[in-house]
Design a protein around this ligand. Structure first.
Ligand code: NAD
Length: 234
C-alpha cells in the first residue's frame, strides 16, 4: 500500500462488535437487548423524559464498563495502520477504545459516554474523568447534565462530516456493525466506486450493498489484524 497520505486514505466504519472482545456487549446480542434493556427504556428522548434517573444509571454502568475495558487486537491493528497511512475512523461506538489504542483521527457518530452534555446548551460538553452523572448534576447554565450520546430518534450532527470522509476513501473497512442502525448504516453507500471495500464480522449482515465488499467472516480481533497485515504488504 502506498504510504503517502495524499495517495492512500483508509476509512474505517466501526460498530459495537469491534469492542465485543474487550468485554463490552454489543447492542443487538441474540436477545435483541442492550445489557438486558430494550433501547426504548434507556436510549431515547422519551425514556429520558419518563425516567431520567434510570437512563443515567444505565449509562453510568456503561461508563464504568468502558473505563475497565482495554483495547483489543483490532483497535491496536488500526492504530498501527495509522503509522503508515491516513486512517480515519468513523465509529458508532460511545467508548474510547480506538483512542486508547492510539488512533488519533476518530469521529464518534453517536457521541462519547465519557462526556456529559448540557440539556440547555447542547454543544456544552464536560469531560467526566472518573465521575458519573447523577440527578441534580447541573451544567453552568443550571440545566441537568445528560450523557453525550445520540439516542434513537435524535439527529446525528456528525453525519455530514462522516459522509465526506467515506467519500474520500481509497479503502473502506466496515467492522463489527450490524448495519441495522440508520443513518449510520447508509454510509457504506457513500464510498467511491473505485474504493476497495472490506467487511469484518463473524455474522455477515443480511443487507443490500455488500456485493462490492470482500466479506471476512471472522471476529474483529482475528480478522482486522490479518487484513491490516495484508494491506501493508500490498
Ligand atoms: P450492533 O450491536 O447492532 O451489532 C453488532 C455487530 O457486531 C453484529 O453484526 C455482530 O455480528 C458483530 N459482532 C459481534 N461480535 C463481534 C466480534 N467479536 N467481532 C466483530 N464483529 C462482531 O452494533 P452497531 O451496528 O454498532 O449498532 C449499535 C448501536 O449501539 C450503536 O449506535 C452504538 O452507539 C451502540 N453501542 C455502542 C457500544 C460501544 O460503544 N462499545 C456497545 C453497544 C452498543
Amino acid at each position: 500500500m502506498a504510504t503517502d497520505p495524499a495517495v492512500s486514505s483508509v476509512v474505517v466504519l466501526s460498530g459495537a462488535g469491534i469492542s465485543a472482545e474487550s468485554g463490552l456487549q454489543t447492542f443487538r446480542g441474540s436477545d435483541g437487548l442492550w445489557e438486558g434493556h430494550s433501547v426504548f427504556e434507556v436510549a431515547t428522548p422519551e425514556a429520558w423524559r419518563a425516567d431520567p434517573g434510570k437512563v443515567l444509571r444505565f449509562y453510568n454502568m456503561r461508563r464504568d464498563q468502558v473505563r475497565a475495558a482495554q483495547p483489543n487486537a483490532a483497535h491496536r491493528a488500526l492504530a498501527e495502520l495509522e503509522r503508515r497511512c491516513r486512517v480515519d475512523i468513523v465509529t458508532q461506538n460511545i467508548d474510547d477504545l480506538h483512542e486508547r489504542a492510539g488512533s488519533s483521527r476518530v469521529l464518534h457518530l453517536h457521541g462519547e459516554v465519557l462526556y456529559a452534555r448540557s440539556t440547555v446548551k447542547p454543544d456544552w460538553l464536560y469531560h467526566l474523568g472518573e465521575r458519573n452523572i447523577e440527578l441534580g448534576d447541573h451544567c453552568d447554565f443550571g440545566g441537568q447534565l445528560r450523557p453525550h450520546v445520540v439516542w434513537f430518534g435524535e439527529d446525528v450532527p456528525e453525519l455530514a462530516r462522516a459522509a465526506d470522509l467515506v467519500r474520500s476513501a481509497d479503502v473502506l473497512i466496515v467492522v463489527g456493525t450490524s448495519l441495522a442502525v440508520y443513518p449510520a448504516a447508509g454510509l457504506i453507500h457513500q464510498a467511491p466506486r473505485a474504493a476497495q471495500r472490506y467487511l469484518v464480522n463473524p455474522e455477515l449482515p443480511a443487507v443490500d450493498g455488500l456485493a462490492a465488499f470482500e466479506c471476512i467472516a471472522e471476529t474483529a480481533g482475528a480478522g482486522v489484524p490479518r487484513l491490516v497485515e495484508r494491506l501493508l504488504e500490498a
